[in-house]
Design a protein around this ligand. Structure first.
Ligand SMILES: Cc1ncc(COP(=O)(O)O)c(/C=N/[C@@H](Cc2ccccc2)C(=O)O)c1O
Length: 453
């Protein structure tokens, strides 16, 4: 097997590491929140793998065929055919990005006070359940962060059965299966777990919707780690996976390899009609959903490219490479490494920082100072406050996430990232926690202002 990437580079975008004193000034000016840094002040941007990937020559050339008709554009039908071929779902609606799909679906499927169950919600999905008056419930299998288990993103189906029995199916709006499981560390969900969850849902007459931002990576892990799938193509694994669901919401900015875009797709016309009623006022007509025709063209191509086995081996392999650099240096990370990011265990990295001074966030500040690397916290800061008590909710994990954009950085960049993390680790006792100086009500981590404790 060649070591190199399964592509060669045709266009480059200059990046540079600004001097340390400029990084310190930039971070202070950004209210100690990496979201407020200018990208030109960031050397290696691991804030998110969402919308930050590089498109292929096939996607760029497809964009020239974008049909910008308001309704019934040929670009829509190309996307629809691709989505139906991969998922088996006949009814397809584009949205501007994932949260457009979430708002449209949850506003129609949730009555205030209803529960929505998940293996684990990501924060915007959780936010939209709450905005629709729903009560999100995570039912993740419990695994130690530093022990190997092939599918740490799994739903705890025993907890699921108990919850349904205790609260009644009539009080549950739907089940959301997040694949891969971003908040649990980009960890995959096994086909057996997806199948079992679907069987339980059908026994109780419950809907199962997928949150499939990173579905291709999930198919790769099933192929690599689950008995009976080694010889199957990722697209065939995807087809089976989607057979255990009633529909999907997707941020196309991940595993559809585009810079903007989202998707809704359903097996059943009634669901399509109900959710479509919210798309028209919020996103646009059903055949464009807030996107240009050229975006639909790029998405149709990207959905297939993401399922290419050589691409998946390279993509997930690069994330593993960074994980191994850190693990071999003794840096505490979640193990095994997920599909789109390395999750540093900030609670272990910074045991002197209390959870409500947000160690995962404190470490993002140190990584930027050390090496111009921008990362994000996935922990108690992201989890926010309990809507009923107003208290900070303590996350089961305190992570600093290093999310790797698709087809953007080389392994030398990963070595630069590892050096920054290891340098921060060497001076970890000096790293201080943070406190709010401005705390927004919803999805606070994106726009909060902080000071060092
Ligand atoms: C599993 C899953 N479901 C839905 C969505 C919403 O999709 P969308 O509305 O963003 O298209 C997301 C978005 N995930 C971004 C969000 C983010 C977080 C921190 C920094 C920047 C961006 C990320 O994980 O990086 C997701 O992960």
């Amino acid at each position: 097997m060649p070591k190199g990437e399964p592509f060669k580079i045709k266009m480059v975008e200059p990046i540079r590491l600004i001097p340390r004193e400029e990084r310190e000034a930039a971070l202070k000016a950004a209210h100690y929140n990496p979201f407020f840094l200018r990208s030109s002040d960031v050397y290696i941007d691991l804030l998110t793998d969402s919308g930050t990937g590089a498109m292929s020559q096939f996607q760029w050339s497809a964009m020239m065929l974008g049909d910008e008709s308001y309704a019934g554009a040929s670009s829509y039908y190309k996307l629809k055919e691709t989505v139906t071929d991969i998922t088996g779902y006949e009814y397809v609606i584009p949205t501007h990005q994932g949260r457009g799909a979430e708002k449209s679906a949850f506003s129609q499927l949730i009555r205030p006070g209803m529960y929505v169950l998940s293996n684990m919600f990501f924060d915007t999905t959780r936010g939209h359940v709450q905005l629709a008056g729903g009560r999100p419930v995570d039912l993740l299998m419990d695994y130690p962060t530093d022990e190997f288990h092939p599918f740490k993103g799994n739903m705890d189906t025993a907890k699921l059965e108990r919850f349904i029995a205790e609260h009644g199916a009539e009080n549950i709006a739907c089940i959301v299966m997040t694949v891969t499981n971003n908040s649990a560390g980009g960890q995959p969900v096994s086909m057996a777990n997806i199948r079992e969850t679907y069987q339980i849902a059908k026994k109780h007459g419950l809907l199962v919707l997928f949150d499939v931002a990173r579905y291709a990576e999930n198919c790769h892990f099933i192929r690599m780690r689950e008995e009976g799938y080694a010889d199957k193509a990722p697209i065939d694994i995807a087809r089976e996976m989607f057979s255990y669901g009633d529909g999907l919401m997707m941020s196309a900015k991940k595993d559809a390899l585009v810079n903007i875009g989202g998707l809704l797709a359903f097996r059943d016309e009634d669901l399509f009609t109900r959710v479509g009623a919210a798309v028209v006022p919020f996103e646009g007509f059903l055949t464009y959903g807030g996107l240009a025709g050229r975006d639909l063209e790029a998405m149709a191509v990207g959905l297939r490219e993401a399922l290419d086995p050589d691409y998946l081996a390279y993509r997930v392999g690069q994330v593993q490479y960074l994980g191994e650099l850190l693990r071999s240096a003794g840096v505490p990370i979640q193990w095994p490494v997920g599909g789109h990011a390395v999750f540093i265990d900030a609670a272990k990295f910074l045991p002197h920082i209390p959870w409500d001074q947000f160690p995962g966030h404190a470490l993002t500040l140190a990584l930027y100072i050390e090496g111009g690397v921008r990362a994000v916290e996935v922990g108690s800061l992201m989890l926010g406050r309990d809507p009923e008590t107003g208290e900070n909710v303590r996350s089961p994990f305190e992570f600093t996430r290093l999310a790797i954009p698709r087809r953007v950085y080389t392994n030398q960049h990963m070595e630069d990232v590892a050096e920054a993390v290891i340098n921060a680790y060497k001076r970890r006792e000096e790293i201080r926690g943070v406190r709010f100086t401005k705390e927004p009500k919803v999805l606070r981590h994106f726009t909060a202002h902080f000071d060092l404790v």
